[in-house]
Ligand binder design. Structure first.
Ligand code: GLN
Length: 338
């Protein structure tokens, strides 16, 4: 055991004795509605950022699309704007697939196999793999995400894909399907992920055939969702792993909080520190323009708006989320003198 995993030895007994949990509630429905509407009006006219086109089909999305959706831990919900427009989930799939991988091998083993620390590098960095003596990354950058996908239940690529699709559908509370157009566009143009998978495999840090694991990962990124779906998925992570709309318990005890810890560390890649500093909640962004944010015990937020900043994060999404975090009192680090 190296120093890099010394924290694995910290004692805890939560499996035998579930710890008490202390959270809070969203403000009342009227206030949530008013704040969501304000955020939408305030930022809909902001035209900064660029729509991603390194996966060609993504470049077709209108830069004007903008939606905000909130789902509370009791299933109450409110949305405004383009909340029923479908888009490919892209990297927003990663925390949910990490959760499924924890389900498969246990969250302790998942930590050792995938890593849980920030890389400080962009989402598709290879240098980051080389610099880490353990050769693990975290499940929210591409390397660790492909490794997480490789850990899922199933002996064949098709079985692993079904694990992804049915698992993410449980988070969303409806049957999700893949966009063939997005899958084919990324498969034809994105060779980088295959290279990343080969490097991980050379270090014994991939747990399935590299080509097949990359293929399942590309399918996973091509699942079609709406802002509303993402908010339900986020709310499931805000609600101890139980989908608040369907009442289905998706995650084993103890998994949810680990997923949120990794989202806090790495959900916005090398800008995760800035995100946490500004917003104070775990979040996850994707190149198609989605962002999910989780307020534990209170609810899930989702935004959709395709124009991105230089790090690949939705501009309007960040602005709107910051506004909601402030006005709805969601920052996890905020306190007042007693
Ligand atoms: N499918 C994309 C990729 O692997 C997802 C990246 C992202 O959303 N940041 O490049």
């Amino acid at each position: 055991m190296t120093n890099h995993s010394m924290h694995a030895e910290l004692p805890f007994d939560e499996e035998s004795q579930p710890p008490p949990v202390s959270t809070g509630d969203l403000p009342g429905a009227d206030q949530v509605r008013a704040v969501v509407d304000d955020a939408y009006q305030r930022y809909r006219t902001d035209t900064s950022g660029t729509v991603a086109d390194y996966i060609p089909v993504l470049g077709k999305a209108s830069p004007d699309l903008f939606g905000i959706y909130v789902v509370g831990a009791r299933g109450q919900s409110y949305g405004v704007g383009d909340v029923e427009t479908t888009f490919s989930i892209q990297s927003v799939s990663k925390p949910f697939v990490f959760a499924l991988a924890c389900h498969q091998v246990g969250y302790d083993a998942a930590r050792h196999k995938l890593g849980v620390n920030g890389t400080g590098f962009p989402f598709d960095s290879l240098i980051a793999v080389e610099l880490n003596p353990a050769r693990t990354m975290n499940p929210l950058v591409n390397a660790g995400a492909i490794a997480a996908t490789s850990l899922l239940a199933g002996d064949t690529a098709e079985e692993k894909w079904q694990t992804v699709r049915t698992g993410l559908s449980m988070f969303a509370g409806r049957e999700l399907t893949m966009s063939t157009e997005v899958y084919e566009s990324e498969t034809a143009t994105n060779r980088r992920n295959r290279g990343i998978a080969q490097v991980l495999e050379s270090y014994g840090r991939l747990y399935f055939d590299p080509e097949a694991a990359t293929d399942v990962y590309t399918r996973q990124c091509s699942l079609e969702v709406t802002a509303r779906d993402l908010a339900v998925m986020a709310a499931t992570l805000a609600n101890g792993g139980m989908n608040p709309v369907t009442g289905v318990q998706v995650l084993a005890p103890g998994v949810c909080r680990r997923v949120l810890a990794v989202m806090a560390i790495a959900g916005l890649y090398e800008l995760s520190g800035d995100w946490l500093y500004e917003i104070g909640m775990p979040g996850k962004s994707g190149v198609s323009g989605g962002i999910v944010t989780v307020s534990p015990g209170k609810g899930g937020l989702a935004t959709y708006s395709p124009p991105l900043d230089d790090a690949g994060n939705s501009v309007r999404g960040q602005l709107a989320t910051k506004y909601l975090a402030e006005r709805l009192g969601l920052n996890l680090f905020a306190s007042e003198p007693a």
